[in-house]
Write a protein that binds this ligand. Structure first.
Ligand code: HEC
Length: 145
């Protein structure tokens, strides 16, 4: 039981970027099950990670991605964890990110699709440098070498 709790605890630390949550959780280990509720934004981020991983694999196999995942537009509205706010920096990074993601699907582009994909990944990283540094190493794995 304790092990499972510790595991969930570690998981929470690893994947979320709220450092203050760490202290709260340490004091109230018994109620840990109620404490980690991923926000709508956190769920969206995980989905964006998974879908972009699929897009990366397609590109590596020589398939040209054709359909922009409309779900990603939720980045403009999805609810954030309590400790975060949607400030101007966040909004401008959201816009740039969506534009760069759309570029991947622009069949008229002169830029190689690999490069367009990496530009998008670098925007994930740029926003994370200002907002939430925790997942950056994981995001870097999306880059096409
Ligand atoms: C506009 C800023 C911004 C962009 C762009 C962005 N993120 Fe995030 N990301 C955040 C914020 C803020 C959170 C924390 C969300 C929360 O806890 O409510 C987050 C959380 C995450 C998480 C952790 C989710 C969890 O379970 O706690 C992952 C993984 C992630 N992002 C991956 C990505 C990937 C992959 C991309 C690009 C495809 C991306 N992010 C683009 C701001 C951004």
């Amino acid at each position: 039981m304790i092990k499972l709790v510790l595991f969930i605890f570690t998981f929470t630390l690893f994947f979320s970027c709220n450092n203050s949550k760490e202290e709260i959780v340490v004091e109230k280990k018994e109620v840990i099950y109620d404490m980690y509720q991923p926000s709508e934004m956190a769920n969206l981020m995980n989905e964006m990670y998974a879908q972009n991983l699929q897009i990366k694999e397609d590109i590596l196999e020589g398939k040209i991605p054709t359909v922009f995942p409309l779900d990603f537009l939720k980045i403009h509205t999805a609810e954030l964890s309590d400790f975060k706010s949607r400030n101007e920096t966040f909004q401008s990074f959201s816009k740039l990110f969506i534009e760069s993601e759309k570029e991947i699907f622009n069949s008229n582009s002169q830029i190689p699709v690999k490069e367009r994909f990496n530009t998008m990944v670098n925007l994930c990283i740029s926003c994370h440098q200002t907002e939430c540094t925790g997942p950056i190493t994981r995001i870097q794995k999306l880059l096409i070498k």
